[in-house]
Design a protein around this ligand. Structure first.
Ligand code: 3HC
Ligand code: NAI
Length: 699
């Protein structure tokens, strides 16, 4: 049973009971409607209370049903709410913990609402690329006032029940319970007190006006247009709320439904819903049961106070976990600490961090030059030079000094984690924690699972990732793991595009128009072109047959490493990040092209985007097939959180699904015919070829 039914004296209690958050799926709607009818049929019942079991009143419509016939199957949410409104006996919503989306819409259909203090109230549909579709845009402005309601609907943000209760004239809550513990008793008492009140109050009957109607909505539209950019839903929220102020209730409801249905089929909503699920799915590892034991992490050590070490340390300090940093020389330690201080001070200056918090965090940081001082740390993260010899020395030392049960992690971005683990007598304690730069800001954490990494170690680092607010995605061991392995193919395509006729600016602009935060050449300048150069030099030895454009090497030979040298694919003015196209670089590319005997051709933005994005997709398919990633949505999370892939496209694998894998394969076959490209690479990964042939998708 997804709702429970009890009668206490003259009050019927219907409890939504559909864990984890009492989503209003088909079975729950049926059960709720049946129990409502039962209460209405029972002469002993004079009033009805609806509440939720567990950790929510209700998290809203069941997101898992979206896109399936069940989502709209009768009784749909609109019909359930109508049945509540039409109940001959008063219905009271007793709200606690979380009341969101369809859950709030359901409560707004009840005749009365009593809320516990501190609950999170929201209409978060806009975050899924939708708008409230069960009357939220029509009832909330009536209950709360137009402006606060529109703010909630357009932002999707949660507001605490206590705050809402203070809005003058609000009719959202008829009463606030004194505590969550007393909510049930107070709801019963309230239900008994209003049992005979007639006519029953309905939110739909409340007036809904804004004193400056047109001007206010014009202002709201302008604000929202600026913020919403590639998402259609926020503007539709404004339209729907405006309708609440100008149309009759039923017409407003009709419009809301029309907007909701249209938005449900947009690629943007599909992407946002995918991301919601993908984010949660990332923490679920197929062979790691939820009850896998975890180790306690109360202290952390970081080796290397360079670019990454400092940022990594900040994550733990921010979460209140003490950190000890180790370096080879006192100067390096001082430099590292100074950078951390500078970062925090800038946050204090911007008002993002309070002075006392800053001091508290710095108080958790200590330093050492001696490995012996690290021995008691529960987790140690190495962030020293990317060199196997150096890593070997560090891990040998860690193996010698660290207490039994300590987790030994490496932040390596390319090296073989299994080999690193083999430098110790305890490979089961070794794991990769691949942070992205700047490590204190970037949400992504690739957790690299070695052949021998213990399950408890994996479970522990996934939990600690959550604590430091990272989106952790598990990757198997391979060169570049998920993200960098794919980006190498994308970068290679960028090089071929230059050889064939593009400028760096043209390539960057095309992919930025597609929605990437930064094109491959601006990104290279930011990360440092010397990093890619070092990788290519290694590749020339390891894979002599792999084809690369030589332009990036020529650029590095000129010392144009990017922003850090003030010159890369573009020029940079000191202290600024604006990329200024450089004619010498364009000439260098042209001369190289001529030396290869290539006649430049005009390449469309569409081709640029397809070649760049499909190169990610094909490598992603290999990664999936090899089991390096356990699901396509993990690959999407890596690209969304770590590489600036446009959110509204949902990641490379979902994007390919939406284009249609058959179409992707057809385009790849075309690219394979280009003699200047790498035909071998464009052979579709077997998984991609199979899914395309079967008309299936990755996700
Ligand atoms: N439907 C189905 N499952 C849901 C859900 C929903 N509306 N909301 C959350 N869940 C599931 C999650 O997928 C997760 O499942 P898992 O344990 O299998 O991974 C579980 O509930 C717990 O979710 P969180 O990890 O996010 O737990 P938190 O305690 O941190 O947060 C929450 C709980 C605040 C409810 C948060 O999950 C949330 O914001 N959910 C989204 C709510 C939402 O968007 N509701 C609107 C739905 S659309 C709608 O109602 C349309 C209507 O207008 C017609
Ligand atoms: P860095 O050069 O900025 O810092 C490395 C630090 O390690 C230096 O301060 C150095 O003094 C110290 N160090 C070197 N050997 C040491 C030893 N034996 N004991 C103690 N300290 C030692 O390097 P960066 O960029 O911070 O990279 C560190 C690691 O993080 C590398 O494995 C790199 O591949 C990885 N990484 C780097 C990213 C980046 O964008 N810079 C992104 C993700 C991972």
């Amino acid at each position: 049973m997804t709702t429970l039914y009890e009668v206490h004296g003259s009050v019927a209690l219907i409890t939504l009971s559909n864990p984890p958050v009492n989503g209003l799926g088909y079975a729950t709607r049926v059960s709720l409607t049946d129990n409502l009818q039962k209460a209405n049929d029972d002469d002993a019942v004079k009033s009805i209370v609806i509440t939720g079991a567990g950790k929510a009143f209700s998290g809203g419509a069941d997101i898992n049903e979206f896109g399936s016939p069940k989502a709209v199957q009768e009784p749909n949410l609109l019909s359930v709410i109508l049945a509540i409104e039409n109940s001959s006996k008063p219905v009271v919503a007793a709200i606690h913990s979380v009341c969101m989306g369809g859950g709030l819409e359901l409560a707004l259909g009840c005749h009365y609402r009593i809320a516990a203090p501190g609950c999170s109230i929201a209409l978060p549909e806009v975050k899924l690329g939708l708008l409230p579709g069960a009357g939220g845009t029509q009832r909330l402005p009536r209950a709360l006032g137009v402006e606060p309601a529109l703010n909630m609907i357009v932002s999707g943000e949660s507001v605490k029940s206590d705050m809402l209760a203070q809005i003058p004239g609000q009719k959202l809550f008829d009463r606030m319970a004194s505590s969550v513990e007393t909510l049930a008793d107070e709801a019963f008492a309230f239900a008994q007190a209003i049992a005979d009140t007639r006519p029953l109050p309905l939110v739909r009957s409340l007036p809904c006006k804004h004193r400056n109607g047109d001007a206010y909505f014009q202002f709201a539209r302008n604000m929202v247009k600026g913020m919403a950019k590639n998402f259609p839903a926020p503007l539709k929220c404004v339209d729907a709320v405006e309708a609440a102020t100008k149309q009759k209730f039923d017409e407003g409801m009709r419009l809301e439904r029309e907007f909701f249905t249209n938005l449900m089929f947009t690629p943007e909503s599909r992407a946002l819903r995918h991301i919601f699920m993908a984010e949660r799915a990332a923490s679920k590892i197929p062979d790691l049961p939820a009850d896998t034991p975890k180790r306690e992490i109360n202290s952390v050590a970081v080796i290397g106070a360079g670019t990454m070490g400092g940022g990594i340390a900040m994550n733990f300090l921010n979460a209140g976990i003490p950190v000890k940093m180790l370096e080879m020389k006192p100067e390096a330690l001082e430099r590292g600490i100074a950078t951390i201080r500078k970062n925090y001070e800038s946050q204090v200056k911007k008002g993002k961090l309070k002075q006392d918090k800053y001091e508290q965090r710095m108080g958790l940081l200590s330093t050492t030059l001696s490995y012996g001082d690290l021995k008691d740390a529960d987790l140690v993260i190495e962030a020293v030079f990317e060199d196997m010899g150096v890593k070997q020395a560090v891990f040998r030392e860690l193996d010698r000094v660290m207490k039994p049960g300590a987790i030994l992690a490496s932040n390596t971005s390319t090296l073989d984690l299994n080999q690193i683990a083999s430098f110790t007598q305890r490979p089961e304690d070794v794991v990769g924690l691949h942070f992205f730069s700047p490590a204190n800001i970037m949400k992504l954490l690739e957790v690299v699972r070695g052949e021998k990494t213990g399950k408890d170690v994996l479970a522990t680092v996934m939990a600690i990732a959550k604590k430091i607010r990272k989106t952790a995605v598990v990757s198997g061991v391979c060169d570049g793991f998920i993200g960098n392995r794919m980006i190498e193919q994308y970068g290679r395509q960028g090089g071929f595009l230059l050889d064939e006729g593009c400028t760096p600016e043209q390539v960057d602009k095309a992919i930025e128009k597609f929605g990437f935060a930064m094109g491959p050449f601006r990104m290279g300048d930011l990360a440092g072109n010397d990093i890619g150069w070092a990788i290519r030099k290694r590749r020339y030895q390891e894979k002599p047959d792999m084809k690369y454009s030589k332009t990036a090497d020529l650029l590095c030979e000129k010392g144009r490493f990017g922003q850090k040298t003030g010159a890369g694919w573009y020029d940079y003015v000191a202290g600024k990040r604006d990329a200024i196209p450089n004619q010498e670089v364009v000439k260098m590319i042209e001369e190289h092209r001529a030396s290869l005997g290539i006649t430049p051709r005009k390449i469309s933005d569409e081709e640029i985007v397809q070649r760049l994005v499909y190169s990610l997709v094909n490598e992603g398919a290999h990664i999936l097939e090899e089991g390096i990633a356990s699901k396509a949505s993990d690959i999407d999370m890596v690209y969304l959180m770590g590489y600036g892939f446009p959110i509204y496209r949902g990641g490379p694998m979902l994007y390919a699904d939406q284009v249609g894998l058959f179409n992707v394969v057809q385009a790849m076959k075309r690219f394979a015919k280009n003699p200047l490209d790498d035909a071998g690479f464009w052979k579709p990964a077997p998984l991609l070829a199979r899914l395309a042939a079967e008309g299936k998708t990755f996700n």
